[in-house]
Design a binder for this molecule. Structure first.
Ligand code: SAM
Length: 331
């Protein structure tokens, strides 16, 4: 039985686990130019600690655990962790969020370990532009990662494009064509004012309304609404008729979907973050490194969930925004 029900009657079934705050890309909406990661190995949760925390969450009712980062595939021996997580009773879904730079060499093994699906960040299909947005990313490698994931049968694959005014908004249409061509899903994401880099991206914000106008103009007559699946999260996908591709927007700024929020986040350093838009966390690393019993840690988690804020303040109170950058929180 799920024991993680917050004061607003939301059942917490989804834990996002950042396995590293290091990333090989430096997307300018995710981390500011100066940002460096100095986190050392002893500061981050070990695989045993992550597995212990995830197992406790699974016993309390969490069924979905997403591996994120930083770039999760950069974490040394990540396949040892995916194997360990695959053995936890109660988990039904362990997706991955990745920039796909290294995915080509990992995809087959990940699939073997039950990581059946992936969300892949890709903000441009123009190599020079991609390189600029990611501050040195390699589009060729990412495309190879996507194609390998498709070839080994990872499914569904969802492409995540953060749409930014004057930077890549002219690629909404070509990204739809690309997704149809590869029979994968596409999700257009509004920039969120999280951390310094996110706040910096506010003036490039491209709203859900603007995104949808473009989507409807291109394929409006072909859009068929589908029933939302558990894997859809806050997105409300629409199928493009005659294809295997769905389109959705993730619009945390235009739309508060906080009333259906079912998630909490664990950072690489073991902080449990209760709401993306607010700075409130407790250290589960201290708990698992202390002499606390499992029951005491369970109670700590349950008490934390009791303090989950009702909603984020993305649109109103910049002052409330976390000092942490997305690259540290995991998106
Ligand atoms: N490296 C992995 C990746 O590229 O997907 C996982 C980590 S990344 C922080 C997770 C997601 O957060 C990506 O889809 C990224 O585009 C998104 N993201 C980061 N900063 C954001 C922001 N300010 N607004 C909206 N999405 C953001």
């Amino acid at each position: 039985m799920n024991q993680l029900i917050d004061p607003f009657n939301r059942k917490i079934t989804y834990l996002r686990v950042s396995v590293t705050d290091h990333c090989n890309y430096r997307c300018h909406y995710c981390r500011d130019e100066e940002h460096q990661t100095h986190t050392t190995r002893p500061e981050v949760l070990s695989f045993e600690e992550i597995t212990k925390i995830v197992s406790l969450f699974a016993k309390l009712g969490v069924t979905k655990v997403r591996l994120t980062g930083g770039e999760p595939l950069l974490r040394k021996n990540i396949l040892d962790l995916t194997k360990m997580l695959g053995n936890i009773n109660g988990l039904t879904d362990i997706p991955l969020s990745t920039n796909a730079h290294l995915l080509a060499s990992f995809a087959a093994k990940l699939k073997d370990h039950g990581i059946n699906r992936a969300n892949i960040s890709i903000d441009s299909l123009i190599p020079k532009r991609f390189n600029k947005i990611t501050r040195n990313g390699d589009l060729t490698k990412v495309l190879k990662g996507i194609d390998t994931a498709i070839a080994v049968g990872m499914s569904p694959i969802k492409l995540n494009m953060v749409v930014m005014k004057g930077i890549n908004d002219d690629e909404i249409e070509s990204m739809i064509d690309f997704a149809i061509d590869r029979a994968v899903d596409i999700r257009f994401i509004e920039t969120m004012p999280v951390g310094l880099a996110g706040i910096g991206a506010v003036d490039r914000h491209y709203s859900e309304k603007e995104i949808l106008e473009r989507v409807y103009k291109k394929i409006g007559e072909k859009l068929v609404s589908t029933t939302t699946k558990q894997t859809d999260g806050p997105a409300k996908p629409m199928l493009i008729d005659g294809t295997n591709t769905s389109v959705a927007t993730i619009s945390a700024v235009s739309n508060h979907f906080c009333n259906s929020c079912n998630r909490v986040r664990l950072t690489a350093k073991g902080d449990l973050i209760l709401c993306l838009g607010q700075e409130n966390s407790i250290s589960l690393r201290d708990a698992v490194r202390s002499s606390m019993s499992d029951e005491e840690i369970n109670n700590l988690i349950i008490n934390a969930i009791n303090k989950k804020p009702e909603k984020h303040f993305f649109s109103s109170a910049i002052d409330n925004i976390s000092d942490q950058q997305m690259v540290e929180i995991g998106g």
